[in-house]
Design a protein. Structure first.
Length: 319
């Protein structure tokens, strides 16, 4: 086989392996833009943004202009961005860098545009009574994808002990607009689960009302999957794990909201509309594949050189 053929086969095989690393592309009409860069984006004039030593934020954290923080030793495995006028105590253990007087205007504007755009979407599905109410551990609700982008409007989401399950493929999008002040409440062992390949990167909860409830105080085994966009409300976080992001508490000089993490709480950043990071196992598979391809190429090259050498020797002997 010629070297050209070997190279072509290597390229084809390499592209096939690379395909394993490429996630399905999601076609959403909503983008968070620069606001999608943060595990927590606390808006301008956030009042009492509290994180404690038992809290872990795996991602970047940003605080809007004139925000007030009280961070008592939380772990932040990312960067911290503070806009101008931020005050308070910052004793966080930050693995990245901390930048002050950072311009968050674009992120704030992008979040506001996403909120209004999501609210304007036509619904594609509904639930009985126009609200989600799960009041016991044996009570569960599954919402199935209706197409590439599923839009659901509900007045509130209340989960006490059961599960809300969103079912769709890895390329499906869920946008859930929560229109009433009841907002989102998850208590006891409540979870928001994803099945069928759907990921938290493709789930957005848009809390529209002013001063709505955003209360995640379930058990340590509970998981809430998706980005919560609650610009006109604060949030209370306790014990639970959020896979996604929180963008909340956008105030003004006359109106402010608080974000409180009252006890062990974890956020694993999976920003809406962002590209998932390949699992370590997939990266290992890719590396092994590349190694095998290079080894095969070397064997082919060595065999070719040996054949050439033998041919040359034979010609010399015949001469």
């Amino acid at each position: 086989m010629s070297r050209c053929c070997v190279h072509k086969r290597l390229v084809v095989a390499g592209l096939a392996l690379l395909g394993l690393l490429t996630p399905a592309v999601s076609a959403t009409t909503i983008t968070l833009g620069a606001a999608a860069n943060y595990a927590i984006l606390a808006g301008p004039y956030v009042n009492q943004f509290v994180l404690n030593s038992s809290d872990t934020i795996n991602g970047n954290v940003a605080v809007g202009t004139h925000g007030s923080i009280l961070w008592n030793g939380p772990k932040i495995t990312g960067n911290v961005y503070e806009a101008g006028g931020v005050s308070g105590t910052n004793s966080a253990h930050v693995s990245g860098t901390t930048t002050t007087n950072y311009n968050l205007n674009t992120a704030v504007s992008n979040a506001q545009s996403a909120e209004s755009s999501a609210a304007a979407l036509a619904t594609t599905t509904s639930v009985s009574g126009g609200a989600i109410s799960i009041t016991g551990s044996s009570q569960n609700l599954t919402v199935n994808a209706t197409g590439a982008q599923t839009v659901l409007d509900v007045s509130s989401i209340f989960i006490n002990g059961g599960n809300l399950t969103l079912h769709g493929t890895s390329s499906d999008i869920f946008i859930i607009n929560v229109t009433g002040r009841g907002g989102i409440t998850a208590e006891n062992s409540a979870s928001v689960l994803l099945t069928g390949g759907l990921t938290a990167y493709n789930v957005l909860f848009n809390v529209e009302a002013t001063n709505a409830t955003v209360d995640l105080q379930a058990s340590s085994s509970s998981v809430f999957n998706g980005t919560i966009l609650a610009l006109n409300s604060g949030a209370t976080l306790q014990t639970e794990t959020l896979n996604g992001a929180l963008i909340a508490a956008f105030g003004t000089s006359t109106t402010s909201y608080a974000i409180h993490a009252n006890s062990p709480f974890t956020i694993n950043y999976e920003g809406f509309g962002e590209t998932p990071v390949p699992e370590p196992g997939t990266l290992t598979l890719f590396a092994v594949g590349v190694g095998l391809l290079l080894a095969a190429r070397n064997r082919k090259s060595n065999a070719g050189l040996q054949a050439c050498s033998s041919s040359a020797v034979n010609k010399q002997e015949q001469a």
